[in-house]
Design a binder for this molecule. Sequence first.
Ligand SMILES: [Zn+2]
Length: 376
Amino acid sequence: MSGIRLFTIGGIEIKMHITFPLILIVAAVQFGFLSAEGFSLSGALFGVVVTLILFVCVVLHELSHSLTAIRMGFPVRQIVLLPLGGVAQIERMPERPGQEFLMAIAGPLTNVVIAAALLAIGLPLQVGWLASLRKLALSPGELGWQDTLPYLVFTNLMLAAFNLLPAFPMDGGRVLRALLATVMPFARATALAVSIGQGLAWFLGLAGLLSRNIMWILIAVFVYSGAGQEGRMIQVRSVLRGLRVRQVFSRRAQTLSPNDPIDRAADLILESFQSDFPICDGKQIVGLLTHADIIQALKRHPPETAVRTVMRAEFPTARLDDELFEVHRKMLEAGIGAAPVIDKGYYLGLLTERDVGEVYQLLSVNPHLLGQRERE
Ligand SMILES: [Zn+2]
């Protein structure tokens, strides 16, 4: 996921997705129109400021996931802020229940700690907690600057509670799986956690329909599909488990040289099954030309243009003994359907989406096809 880099903490890049400012506009409009006398500028400003502070809390939440992950040896690439929250991109997820539990609980716990700290700050300030709470519940149009602390305490507690919903992709789904996985195998624990999450989604959706709460219905859809995705991912992982790149990649993939024209790539697409091409200078890999790159290049450049000028220089690569599942995940994240296989800088072949799909299908029907696999 790309975004605009804001800053770096402890080696973790914090980025803002291009759509992030939308939430500030929504907050300005929503809070601005809360007051009874039409649009209020100070209401809008209040909305923007508390939303910004809330996102500082979201960053702290994601940072605590990330720092816990790093401490346990799981690299973290970045944290991306989206309009509806943050995402910490952790390279590998732990399978040991204890590790998953700590990593998942760290986020919501941070919001509880923030709420407690804000409460403590408010104690000597004579904050009217009850009056603010009443406004929050009954007449949000009257919220003003004096309600900032209670508002932030309340929203942090809500954030913690929401994230602890026992359903993927919420932190609570991971907490639930970690707890289940202490008494049953990981795959069974995942399947059960997915079912519980989807059951909860049905319940939320129905409750939302009955009370005409569109927010609950949206959350229900989000939770339902998130749970299904997690289930499928674990299914794929359990089928591909133990497989290495060397067992699957295409050794005879065609390569292009940097000086070949683009239309040579187009010819190769037509006369072979291949659609992505490694660009090699001798035995050295120097670039990758995906199917989409070729189409784009043909749209914008004359067909005799050298591929050197249109190839991409950044792409996922794989080594022979890399875990297939992990390389495939890198490919999905990069949005690129191919990864050149290299050894000490030398090109050996190409791993494609099609290779992974085929081995997945074959092993789904017969798990013993590639004999030397270590099973769970
Ligand atoms: Zn979280």
